[in-house]
Design a protein around this ligand. Structure first.
Ligand code: NI
Length: 203
């Protein structure tokens, strides 16, 4: 009896240690995503735009970007995030057209298997005339998502031949030196995001 109880306590303590460790990693990961301008965030990537041209982080240097990772087959969250992001940029342009022109909205797919250059090209047109759509090989997308600490995973749907993608949903505001300035979520209003843009992007 004491042995069994002791084993049970050891197992429980180990479980607590694992949960605590995972929680710590989760929190520090989150902090890294929310902090002002961590150098490690973002960084090198190579993707393909809707013209079929190779694009790297260097192509965006000098301007601001609103970056969102998602996929075109997404039933709700991605379309919401992209339309919110687009409306926020329009609101910001009404306040300060010169500053808004410095901000490039970018949509990067986490589903390169279905989101071909052609699919991305027709999809981005629904949201904003300046929205840049980026896809690539599975490896290119994996690298880009890793650089921006984006989680994504394929979820098979038993009731359908199509699959869903589970993915994190943040709109990142990147600065001219490729540094993270702040982030928004698809739950923020266009007005709130426009307000946030005004705080970071000068005329
Ligand atoms: Ni989505």
């Amino acid at each position: 009896m004491p042995l069994l109880r002791r084993l049970l306590i050891i197992v429980m303590l180990l479980a607590l240690a694992v949960i605590g460790g995972a929680g710590y990693l989760y929190l520090t990961g989150e902090n890294a995503g929310t902090g002002g301008g961590t150098a490690e965030f973002g960084g090198a990537f190579e993707l393909v735009n809707t013209e079929g041209e190779t694009v790297t982080e260097a192509d965006f240097q000098g301007g601001y970007q609103l970056i969102y990772f998602g996929y075109t087959y997404c039933p709700d969250v991605c379309p919401t995030a992209l339309s919110t992001m687009s409306r926020a940029l329009d609101r910001f342009a009404e306040r300060d057209a010169a500053a808004a022109r410095k901000v490039t909205p970018v949509f990067i797919t986490v589903d390169p298997g279905r989101d071909t250059v052609e699919v991305m090209r027709s999809y981005v047109q629904h949201f904003h005339p300046r929205l840049i759509g980026l896809t690539g090989t599975a490896e290119q997308v994996r690298q880009a998502a890793k650089a921006y600490r984006v989680y994504y995973a394929k979820v098979e749907d038993a009731g359908s031949s199509e699959y869903l993608m589970d993915h994190s949903s943040y709109v990142y505001l990147m600065g001219p030196q490729g540094r993270l300035l702040t982030h928004f979520t698809h739950r923020d209003s266009p007005e709130a995001i426009a307000e946030g843009l005004a705080a970071y992007v000068p005329s």
